[in-house]
Design a protein around this ligand. Structure first.
Ligand SMILES: *Cc1c(COP(=O)(O)O)cnc(C)c1O
Length: 370
């Protein structure tokens, strides 16, 4: 009997239960406690750069708080990479603001610096300077952090760095998540490490983190009674789940090595085939969260995907660009055809750190038939 091969499934390291037991034994079953503090400290130590990190209930919550901290409100415009998962964009609408979509470059598949500058200039000309830029390290490949930073400084627009898929990725040795004015991570079930559900906000200083935690815990004023003068949210990470996070961080390096080995395996065994892989530009290090291939055509991509499905092997088209999503059709966009083409011919292959060589071998065998 065969079992399903997943795109990316949770992979526990073994240390998680110890921390969960600690939470139970000390009755810290709350959205605060020693595991939350220790998880934040371990994450801070991991990413370095003197960052202050707030553990939250999801990556989406982290993006939402980032927008609030940057003062994004009704009627504002926020630039967002179009080639991404919808969670990058949705919080812009939670704030009653307008997303402005910018297409990708071929080098990284992420936000195209040229299109970004065209968009910024045009929005300013039309009367509204964007309040923020959301750039995304898709599939673990860093976006062009240097050029995006240059534009951010040139036009004085802060960057929210969506690093949900890129924990452990680097540019010139610096960790992704630390390049933006605010960064975010996700620990959802399919990410490189997971807390089953969870996220984090990466801040430049303790005061910003304090404000994020204040907003994430219902914005309670300093008073013995419950008093509120600002809108609050329930966005903090549970102390039980933070225990899973502590155990997962201990095996993060193994998970990165395994995902990168998946990529190398696919590339090595499929190099004679007519598939393309996304290579790392000089100085870039991808955690290779998902291995993606570009096939010769939409028809071929679909044939492969459907055939894998009949064999109980999960694969998935690349993200459908946000500017082509029914819900976002009415918003401004600056496009160059790159993300639409990637969506048309691209396929994500099973990339779990727990995929066995036998499984990879059988997938490669199937793909060689095309
Ligand atoms: C997963 C993901 C998110 C959202 O994270 P959650 O923890 O699931 O809310 C945001 N952006 C990208 C690019 C993601 O892949």
């Amino acid at each position: 009997m065969s079992t399903k091969i997943w795109l990316s499934s949770p992979h526990m390291g073994g240390g998680e239960l110890k921390y969960i037991h600690e939470a139970f034994n000390t009755n810290w079953i709350a959205p605060l406690g020693p595991n939350v503090n220790a998880f934040e400290a371990a994450l801070q130590a991991y990413v370095g750069e003197k960052k202050e990190i707030a553990a939250l209930s999801s990556g989406t919550a982290a993006i939402h708080l980032a927008l609030i901290l940057l003062g994004v409100t009704i009627g504002d415009e926020v630039i967002c990479q179009s080639f991404t998962f919808s969670a990058s964009v949705n919080p812009i609408l939670y704030q009653g603001a307008t997303p402005v979509f910018v297409d990708s470059e071929l080098e990284t598949w992420n936000i195209c610096p040229q299109q970004l500058e065209i968009a910024i200039k045009d929005r300013i000309k039309k009367g509204k300077k964007p309040k923020a830029i959301i750039a995304v390290h898709l599939y673990g490949m860093p976006y062009n952090v240097i050029k995006v930073k240059e534009l951010s400084i040139k036009y004085n627009i802060p960057v929210i760095e969506d690093s949900a898929e890129a924990l452990g990725s680097k540019v010139n040795g610096q960790q992704c998540g630390t390049f933006g004015d605010l960064g975010i991570f996700s620990f959802n079930g399919n990410k490189i490490i997971t807390t089953s559900g969870g996220g984090a906000l990466v801040c430049n200083d303790a005061a910003t983190k304090q404000q994020a935690v204040f907003l994430a815990t219902q914005a309670r004023d300093e008073a013995p009674h419950y008093q509120h003068s600002q809108l609050g949210y329930n966005y903090r990470l549970s102390n039980v789940l933070a225990g899973i996070g502590r155990g997962q961080l201990e095996v993060l390096q193994d998970r990165i090595d395994a995902r990168r080995a998946n990529f190398e395996y696919y590339k090595l065994h499929l190099k004679a085939q007519n598939f393309q892989f996304l290579e790392e530009p000089a100085g870039y290090f991808s955690n290779r969260w998902l291995t993606c291939i570009l096939t010769p055509s939409f028809q071929m991509r679909e044939k492969i995907r459907v055939h894998l499905q009949t064999l109980d092997i999960e694969s998935r088209p690349l993200w459908k660009p946000m500017h082509t999503q029914p819900i976002f059709l009415k918003y401004p966009r600056y496009v160059n055809g790159v993300s639409e083409k990637l969506f048309e011919i691209g396929l994500c292959l099973p990339s779990g750190s727990n995929n066995t060589e036998n499984e990879l071998d059988s997938i490669v065998g199937v793909l060689k038939g095309f």
